[in-house]
Design a protein around this ligand. Structure first.
Ligand SMILES: N[C@@H](CCC(=O)N[C@@H](CS)C(=O)NCC(=O)O)C(=O)O
Length: 216
């Protein structure tokens, strides 16, 4: 089968989730590294977001769509359950993480450290302090969700987990995030267990945000 090309960055959480899909399913894929908002992203994604996929003559944008396409195009293990309720729960967690938690944990909290909008380039303390209650509340929700079985959905790994793990990895890199996570015992065990997976170890991101494109 044609090798899928993932266009994105090793530093991007959404790209990381798609690389985890490829690694878990043992898909032979090519990662084409590019800066944020690069022309090769705009060639596929109307708003230039990463990752995007090229598979033969087929192009696709939006990470969840890409994950679902790869899951059904390649053999087991399958990361989107067939069972109606498990499938709905998988959608539920992907949606909550992508529409709410990513904004709090990555775009607001982490970016206040790694891409701050401050005069001296130091951490944006006002933003960090303001987001802490939301960060705390969201980590508590996740801690409770993984407590029974160590997965977000049922008793097997799904894309809901692979979508969340890159975010947890990043949140732990900043001090308040690390201590809030350390105080969430189930989520800490969940992260440590899944971060030990070969797929995760093979795709560990370098520190820092993706570069910004010079040309867009
Ligand atoms: N909804 C998109 C979000 C992708 C996204 O926000 N990617 C980030 C990098 S992790 C990005 O491209 N940021 C640049 C921007 O927002 O302009 C998806 O699921 O693929």
């Amino acid at each position: 089968m044609t090798t899928p090309e993932i266009i994105g960055s090793t530093r991007s959480t959404y790209t990381h989730a798609i690389r985890l899909v490829c690694e878990e399913k043992r898909i032979d894929y090519k990662l084409t590294e590019c800066p944020l908002r690069a022309p090769e992203l705009y060639a596929i994604h109307p708003f230039g977001k990463m990752p995007v996929l090229r598979h033969g003559d087929f192009e696709l944008f939006e990470s969840k769509a890409i994950a679902g396409y790869l899951d059904r195009s390649f053999p087991a293990p399958y990361l989107f359950p067939d069972d109606l309720r498990l499938a709905a729960l998988t959608e539920q967690w992907i949606s909550l993480v992508n529409t709410l938690m990513d904004h709090t944990l990555i775009r607001t909290y982490l970016f206040a450290y790694i891409a701050p909008n401050t005069a001296d380039g130091g951490p944006d303390r006002a933003t960090i302090d303001a987001i802490m209650p939301a960060l705390q509340a969201q980590i508590e929700v996740l801690d409770k969700a993984v407590a029974p079985r160590g997965y977000l959905v049922g008793s097997d790994l799904t894309f809901a987990d692979l979508n969340l793990l890159p975010i947890l990895h990043r949140v732990r890199q900043a001090p308040e995030g690390a201590s809030v996570l350390a105080a969430a015992p189930h989520l800490t065990r969940y992260y440590e267990q899944h971060a030990a997976r070969p797929s995760f170890q093979r795709t560990l991101p370098p520190a820092g945000p993706p570069r910004r494109s010079q040309t867009s």
